[in-house]
Design a protein around this ligand. Structure first.
Ligand SMILES: *Cc1c(COP(=O)(O)O)cnc(C)c1O
Length: 213
């Protein structure tokens, strides 16, 4: 299953983040042994424990809502934070990355779903985001992240992903940065639609590891 999926995504030039949240270290090691190097977690403590125990060439991506006070415990090793959903979080990442002498890649999370509960910015926040990004030296904005609504209506999901892609395109023009290159959208249930809508990074959990308990 994994080799075929990975080959397909490679061919489409889509990066695979294997979402290993709640899964045991042995499951991660098994996928690592098949060549996977990027893993996504949504809890700080769990990610830090897995980082300690598993091979050091794993790139750990934080994909879940992150509280500012918890940035400190992942700043020394995290490769990318997908879930930057406030300007205060962005500033906190800058400070903690500086303390570690690192530059941390981040994605700006946008709220594209109709559900109220999801975190993220709106397109109307873009001017404030540009101002905040200007002058950061230990955070590198790499792109955007978003989650579509959990609905059967494929056209709604497609429209939400298309909106996120258009926000990315708009930001790319404004920021003019070559390294601003990542559109993280698509999960196990909707990644094909996401890729059609312009995703180049998918976050797959249950498809790779089986359903979470
Ligand atoms: C859990 C999670 C995923 C993966 O979900 P699956 O449906 O298991 O593929 C992707 N992105 C985020 C932000 C998640 O929390």
């Amino acid at each position: 299953m994994y080799p075929e999926l990975k080959a397909h995504l490679d061919q489409e030039q889509v990066t695979l983040v294997a979402v290993s949240k709640t899964k045991p270290q042995a499951d991660i090691q098994a996928l690592y042994d098949q060549g996977q190097r990027i893993f996504g977690e949504n809890r700080v403590q769990e990610m830090a424990e897995k980082y300690e125990a598993l091979p050091k060439d794993i790139a750990w991506h934080m994909i879940g809502h992150l509280q500012s006070k918890k940035v400190k415990s992942i700043a020394p090793f995290v490769t990318m934070i997908h879930s930057v959903d406030s300007l205060s979080l962005l500033e906190k990442i800058e400070r903690e990355a500086e303390r570690c002498g690192r530059c941390i890649d981040v994605l700006i999370q946008f709220h594209i779903a109709e559900e109220e509960s999801k975190y993220g910015f709106d397109a109307s926040d873009l001017p404030a985001i540009y101002t905040a990004l200007d002058g950061l030296t230990h955070v590198r904005a790499r792109g955007v992240m978003g989650m579509a609504s959990f609905v059967q209506d494929e056209e709604q999901v497609r429209a939400e992903f298309t909106l996120l892609r258009s926000i990315f395109d708009q930001m790319k023009v404004q920021l003019g940065a070559e390294h601003f290159d990542t559109v993280s959208m698509g999960m196990s249930g909707d990644y094909k639609i996401a890729i059609e809508a312009g995703s180049n990074m998918v976050r797959l959990g249950s498809l790779l590891f089986g359903a979470r308990g």
